[in-house]
Design a protein around this ligand. Sequence first.
Ligand code: LLP
Length: 441
Amino acid sequence: MPNLELKKNELQKLYPINTAINNKGHLVISGHDVTELVKSYGTPLYIIDETTFKYNANEYINALKKHYDNYLILYAGKSFACKRIFKIANAMGLGLDVVSGGELYTAIKAGFNLKNIYFHGNNKSEDEIQMAIKNDIGRIVCDNFYELELLQKNAKEANKVIDILIRLTPGIECHTHEYIKTGHLDSKFGFDLEYLDVVMKIIVNSKNLNLKGLHSHIGSQIFEIEPFVDSVEILLDQCKHIKDNYNIELSEIDIGGGIGISYTTEDDPISIDKWAQATTTRLKERCKTLGLNPPKLICEPGRSLIAPAGVTVYEVGSIKQVPNERKFISVDGGMADNPRPITYQAKYTAVVANKMNSKELEKVTIAGRYCETGDILIKDIELPKVTHGDLITVFSTGAYNYSMSSNYNLAPRAACVLVNNEKSEVIIERETYDDIISKHK
Ligand code: LLP
């Protein structure tokens, strides 16, 4: 079990920032005893700590303000999309990156400032494009030639001039899982740089498309600063090409999201301040060299804002000791609420929320409850001796857990509760069996 007291300097990355242990030996998040939250809301339970989300957002805001005051931070909604989190992001002045009609609809219903919404995706449907145009959202990030045609056609039909960015594939290799790399050339996302002139010819001949800037997203869970800096440089070089050849000076570059976080103490994330300093220093230098006006810098963090704010609590059920082998501790959730271990071999850290001071440890494997051998949440973890009814709590589950959850085995999706120093509140209700069959005929 990680000793929380000794790891205060890592709290902000691996645990919600106000994590503590009370005198009953229970895990406490922003003043809420996790065992009490479970009594009120059941398990499996996603807990999102509002203070941590805001703290992380402020880290970006402060770093960018300090190093370069012309910026916009878009919360990458796909990491955890729901009305309440969108409202908090909007109130903090963040913009929003959406990738589907569903996320856009949720943002509209949450009252999000539409001008701060950027719409991504490699295969937006015509309906989605029409929804974006009708609602006059900030930018549509054009990904490919087919979309360019659809944008032109639909903007013309709506008799509007729409502001767009072009997504480029900068050819940057970064070290992360194969499935979450996006900036390398052999990727389904974005235009290859060599097609830029073809794209520009279409745009300059269109009366309905107003190109505001360029975008690239190199991947996710990245622990290096250099690929982000390279991406700034590549985008600015293309801005220069566009200025020289088409007489258009672009006003923004968007370098996407991707900053990694700690899932275990072995992970070593980069500092947001150093990232901001390095990217903006290169931006300023490069603009000077190229004779460009420094554009607005846009970034799209998802995981690094919301992942450390979230934990998932499970109740232990069956326990199986394989003779002379592994001990499986089965919990009441698994791959349906957290598909990351089975999809990316993702590693996590867990504790037993009701036994935080227990010193007697044993090595166990935390298994999910779904009908799939690979449904293992954490392999070989040291935990206090666990028994039925204990509450396993997995850290850093705020991003890409609820948002990637499913009804596999027709399991109802777990509830999500938002906590802060004042109160706890359900922001997504637990699904019922009736919810599950509500669309069945
Ligand atoms: N911007 C764009 C265009 C993106 O595609 C993404 C993530 C982000 C921003 C936010 O990236 P972040 O800051 O969260 O790394 N399901 C995977 C991650 C997929 C990321 C998809 N795109 C996972 O669970 O690791």
